[in-house]
Write a protein that binds this ligand. Structure first.
Ligand code: AFP
Length: 379
């Protein structure tokens, strides 16, 4: 064998060994080999490979590290750290179930009939709800739980002062088609001494977030100091910081809604859609429609690219479809922390709505500040 060929073989072998020992993704190993296979072949040791990999990926801050640092700075965060430990663990399990649903007979309806929302439950709705409840219970910090899949709030025997509300698998009608779904949660304090689930408005939240199960699993959270995204590294099981301090653009060029409902929406909205799709809105940009039908996926895109997500009131549902406590309020907290806005009408912020019941619905207009202000002028 010629010397150059030998070097390539040697380099390739190093990559394979390094990949096996240190879980270097084959894509990284592969790209290094390709670069080395050009005119000038550079000999890399496995240490070089590990150094590059460590720097770029292994040393990223994990969500556990991130929460630990918060608690070191402020010991009052210790219980919230525990709660995020439970949330991470639940999201990992749900991500695993969602990924395997097609091969483990976990798609389709559960056959339990409709939930309190009048929606038929999928198998994964029930499983995800059980996992999320269990992991939160085990933190020992939560006094009350409220879930989309439970008729009533659940009082736990733990001594904690925290309240958790969640939709364990939002967008589950999409699940059989392997489309993005997600978990949404909001965390409150103030349960101590209460006999009943304390209904609080969104601005009382101490933390909120969503986990999106898609081409990758991303946990986007806030504890009131910005919105931060962590991606699940399946080789280590850790959520690593990939989207620090996300800022939503002030304006976007995408609106996201079920436009099939336009005929039963407030008449002004039809004019709004006509204008922005013709490039005749305030920004003069021509808008596109993108709609997954899974709030977590649609909101994630809106947060990163800017624009608007809306689910308005209609003739049949004067309060819209989405639920205040475990869909609208947590998303409003996150989007506001990213510099965006979430309204239910002109000048009426979602975060200020005092809930009257666990499953209350609200209309929602959420996303880039200028887009939200513009659309609500048409109501
Ligand atoms: P499912 O959980 O029943 O799929 O509902 C998803 C959802 O609550 C939210 O994630 C979507 O934004 C919205 O409903 C979609 O509703 P439409 O199907 O009426 O567009």
């Amino acid at each position: 064998m010629r010397r150059a060929t030998l070097s390539v073989v040697y380099l390739g072998a190093c990559m394979v060994v390094a990949a096996a020992m240190h879980s270097v993704p084959t894509s990284i190993a592969g790209s290094m080999r390709l670069r080395g296979a050009g005119a000038e072949i550079k000999r890399m040791t496995s240490q070089d490979v590990i150094a590059v990999y460590s720097k770029k990926d292994r040393l990223r801050e994990t969500l556990s590290d991130w929460m630990r640092h918060k608690t070191l700075d402020d010991p009052a965060m210790a219980e919230l750290e525990q709660i995020f430990h439970g949330i991470q663990s639940a999201c990992r399990s749900i991500a695993d179930m969602v990924g395997k649903s097609g091969i483990q007979d976990m798609t389709g309806f559960a056959g339990t009939g409709e939930n309190v929302q009048g929606e038929e439950q999928k198998k994964l709705d029930i499983l995800s709800n059980d996992v999320f409840k269990d992991k939160l219970k085990k933190t020992g910090c939560i006094a009350f739980l409220g879930s989309e899949e439970e008729d009533k709030a659940i009082a736990l025997k733990g001594k904690g002062d925290y309240v958790a509300v969640f939709d364990p698998l939002d967008g589950s009608s999409n699940i059989d088609a392997a489309i993005s779904v997600g978990t949404i949660f909001g965390i409150y304090k103030g349960a101590q001494g209460k006999d009943e689930f304390p209904l609080q408005c969104g601005k009382e939240q101490v933390a909120a977030g969503y986990c999106m199960y898609s081409t990758c699993t991303i946990l986007m959270i806030t504890v009131g100091d910005g919105a931060h995204g962590f991606t699940l590294d399946s080789s280590t099981g850790e959520f690593v910081l990939t989207h620090p301090d996300v800022k939503i653009p002030k304006r976007g060029k995408i609106y996201s809604t079920n436009q099939g409902n336009v005929p039963s929406w407030p008449a002004g909205l039809k004019t709004y859609f006509e204008k922005v799709s013709m490039g005749d809105g305030e920004s003069k940009a021509k808008y596109s429609l993108r709609y997954i039908g899974s709030m977590v996926g649609d909101l994630h895109r809106t947060l990163l690219y800017g624009g608007l997500f809306l689910y308005p009131q209609d003739a049949k549902n004067p309060n819209g479809k989405l639920r205040l406590l475990y869909e609208a309020s947590p998303m409003a907290f996150l989007v506001e922390q990213a510099g965006g806005s979430a309204l239910l009408g002109p000048g009426q912020t979602i975060m200020d709505v005092k809930p009257s019941e666990l499953h209350q619905r609200v209309p929602i207009y959420i996303g880039s500040k200028e887009d939200v202000e513009e659309v609500t002028k048409y109501l």
